[in-house]
Each structure stands twice: as structure tokens, then as C-alpha cells.
Design a protein around this ligand. Sequence first.
Ligand SMILES: [Zn+2]
Ligand SMILES: [Zn+2]
Length: 191
Amino acid sequence: MTAPAYDEIATHEDLVVWSRDYCKEVRREWLVDVRFDLVEWEVSTRAKRRAAAVKRPKIPEAEVGSPVDWETVEAAGGRRADGRPFPATLSLTWDAFEAFERTEWESTLRHELIHLEQYQRCGTTDHGPEFKARAEELDTEVHCETFSDPKYVLRCESCDALVAHRYRDCKLVRRADEYRSSCCESPLVVE
Ligand SMILES: [Zn+2]
Ligand SMILES: [Zn+2]
């Protein structure tokens, strides 16, 4: 699947494909040392604050700054005979994507790439001095990006039922009175 245009991202799959493409571009341009064949992707609709997160197995005695010899590592009940890192999962938060401007989403992905780079090299990752130096090089934040509550809540004019929430101005928000709620076939009210 080729990546959709950013403004046309409509599904979880779109978001993964677009984000993965962007990350590959960053790897080429900024020379980030990440193996994408060892990265799994998911979209979370549950995360409340964190824009994204890297999920990874806990590697005993791993330390940021000391490269790990993956061939000798035992974790998650097994060993990687081929010397490659255990796969990590990059979890993207759908609501954060909706809340953010494109530049903020891109910055979030660069932040997570640093976590992936540290993890694949050292078996663990944090927000310490090495992260800070790398974040400067990659023009991103040191702290994990967070996002806030939705800006707009749309309710059914007749029964007050919650119909939708949106993080930014969009057609649904601007022209709420042209839409009809499925509960009462009534116009929508924006709060
Ligand atoms: Zn972080
Ligand atoms: Zn209603």
C-alpha cells in the first residue's frame, strides 16, 4: 500500500503506512540507525495522554550507552540466535494524531525514532543526556509529547446525545447544522 497524503489519512492503516514512510524518510535524511524489519506498528485508541510509545521487552542489565550483544541476550522467555534485536512495537495514539498539527506529529515520530534507535542498540531507552543530544540533532522534544482533551464536542440538538468529538476545526464543526444526528435526525450543536 502506498502512503496516502497526510490530509487524507482516514483509517488506522493509513496512519501506520504514512508514519512508517515518514520514519523511513527521516532515517535517510538524518541517518537514524533503526531496522524497520524489527519494528511492529499499532494504533491505540485508548491512550489518554501519550502521543506515542515504544513497547519493548525488558532486557536484563541493559543500559543506555552500552551496546548490547543481542546474541547473548535472554529475554521474553527466549533468545535471538541470529543476533538481531527482539522486535519492538511503535504504538501511535489516534487521538494525538487528530489533535496535532502535521509538524507536531512529525516531531512525535522523530522522538519515537530515537527511542527505537536506543533500544535496538542498547536494549533499553530513556530521556537522559544521550537522548537529549540526539533530540537536538533530530529537532524534536526531549519529553514525550502529550495531547489534550478534544476542542469540540458535537451533540444532538434534540436529545443532547454525544455524537462526535473533534480536536480541530473541520467541516463537521463548521457546518454542524447541515448534518443530522442518527438518533433523532436532528441538527448538531457544537460546544
Ligand atoms: Zn519519550
Ligand atoms: Zn438525538
